[in-house]
Design a binder for this molecule. Structure first.
Ligand SMILES: [Zn+2]
Length: 489
């Protein structure tokens, strides 16, 4: 008996030792200690240029014919006049009339080029909310250390920072190691099917495969990740796919005064409950696990212990993350019923009842596998599952590539001791196109954003701090001037 107790105690001690040792070893990767550098871009020039760019109401509307072509033409003319050095040193091509592509020849034309991209179209201001803006959305007002207006964060600010970085490098007589492309899209907010897609076509026709591309999709997040007391640079390595599915229940119909026990509506309701109870399976594998593991290395002991010992605590972690909408979206393909329709009249039983359900696809799933999951989960004869147009998630970019390393180094150089993690963009960007011609497509803007900033994207009072424009310019200068050190073998 004594021996048995001793064995049990030894086992517990051993387990505890393993858990603790693994936790102590679970630390962030080392990086060269840096004092945060700045190339001292002129903050007034940055703010002034962005303020001017915002004054072109380059709004993407769902109906492309409703767009204000003059605003797009005006922006392109302004862009050319504002960045003369870049237009002298680089070849400019207008793709599909309005997407700007700049080619900056590298010293080594045999090396795979890289692409920095952003878009200058913006979403409309929701009619009726204009009064809620502290500064008018298209006036380009500079106040309180911010440049205000639609497109400041999404996504004209990045264009201004990229072009200022290129201009400063050109002033130093710099030529990049490999060829650098800048692509500034005009229809990202409606899918990039004309702009970014045509750039991809253009590159393909010339047999150009990019080493990597860098687009919008995430930021340096400050105070947005629970349990982390330092900012996190989320360099997103993939974006989720998208499919909308109509679930259609059928029945005989008739007068509502003598209804049968089940109607199209109750059949549909039962199907939706089944779907809620059968979420698409998810987990901490792949990009989701890599993201959380990178973050957890910077967290307090308890969280580190859990993530360092997923063999013991994996189930518990998944359960906790699943209960948080943001955590759940990282772990799996999400299921969101959004629209319902049935009878046309209150006293007529419907012949069909339809629920529209929007899914955001995790990279491990495909449109077909999600449709199959829905059919299995519902499994009824009088229900049809009809997929509308959809697209799979993007490929997952490498976190060990030369490009990723260069971005990590530039991030530490500019922002110092921040946590860096690969992430998953849950919305769509032009990179779904660029990933077709890039070995690795990344999504990250070097702006530090807090909870109040994030909500202004596509929302009211969109603005970017001038400090962020300076950070971003520094970041792009660091990134472009380090290409030599971070070139794929
Ligand atoms: Zn955007």
């Amino acid at each position: 008996m004594k021996k048995l107790l001793l064995a049990a105690v030894s086992l517990v001690v051993l387990l505890a030792a393993i858990v603790i040792i693994r936790t102590l070893m679970f630390t962030p990767p080392e990086h060269e200690a840096t004092n945060t550098i700045t190339h001292a871009p002129d903050a007034d020039v940055l703010a002034g240029h962005l303020a001017e760019a915002i004054q072109f109401p380059t709004i993407s509307r769902q109906d492309p014919d409703a767009g204000d072509v003059a605003a797009f033409d005006g922006f392109i003319a302004w862009f050319e006049a504002t960045y003369p050095a870049a237009h002298t040193a680089m070849n400019r091509t207008l793709i599909a009339d309005h997407t700007i592509l700049l080619e900056w020849r590298g010293r080594d034309t045999s090396a795979r080029p890289v692409l920095l991209t952003a878009h200058y179209d913006v979403v409309p201001v929701i009619p009726g909310t204009e009064d809620q803006w502290e500064q008018p959305p298209y006036a380009g007002i500079i106040a309180d250390g911010y440049v205000w207006g639609r497109g400041a964060l999404d996504d004209k600010g990045a264009i201004i920072a990229m072009m200022e970085a290129a201009t400063m490098l050109l002033e130093r007589g710099f030529q990049p190691q490999q060829t650098v492309y800048f692509s500034f899209g005009h229809d990202e907010e409606i899918g990039g099917r004309v702009g970014a897609a045509s750039v991809v076509e253009y590159l393909r026709e010339r047999d150009i495969q990019l080493a990597w591309s860098l687009d919008e999709g995430s930021f340096v997040l400050d105070g947005l990740i629970p349990g982390l007391d330092k900012p996190v640079a989320m360099i997103n390595v993939a974006e989720k796919g998208y499919v909308t599915i109509d679930i259609v229940a059928s029945a005989t119909g008739g007068h509502s005064s003598m209804p049968p026990g089940d109607t199209a509506v109750t059949t549909l309701a039962a199907a939706l409950v089944k779907l809620r109870d059968a979420p698409v399976p998810g987990g901490l594998d792949g990009v989701s696990g890599e993201a959380y593991s990178s973050l957890a290395r910077h967290m307090p002991f308890t969280q580190r212990m859990a993530f360092a010992n997923q063999w013991l605590f994996g189930g518990m972690i998944e359960g906790m993350l699943t209960r948080l909408p943001a955590g759940n979206a990282m772990l799996r393909t999400t299921t969101a019923p959004t629209m319902l329709s049935a009878s046309i009249k209150e006293n007529v039983l419907p012949i069909t009842a339809t629920a529209t359900v929007n899914f955001r696809l995790h990279p491990r799933d495909t449109v077909d596998s999600v449709v199959a999951h829905v059919e299995n989960a519902i499994g009824a004869d009088n229900i049809e599952v009809i997929a509308r147009r959809g697209n799979n998630a993007s490929p997952v970019a490498s976190t060990t590539s030369a490009g990723f390393e260069a971005m990590v180094a530039a991030t530490h150089a500019v922002f110092g001791e921040v946590a860096i993690a690969p992430g998953l963009t849950v919305a769509g960007t032009d990179s779904k196109h660029y990933a077709l011609v890039a070995d690795d497509a990344y999504r990250f803007h070097p702006f530090v954003l807090g909870p109040d900033d994030i909500t202004t994207i596509h929302g009211t009072n969109e603005k970017v701090s001038i400090a962020n424009l300076v950070y971003a310019t520094d970041f792009y200068i660091e990134l472009l001037s380090s290409l030599e050190r971070y070139t794929a073998p």
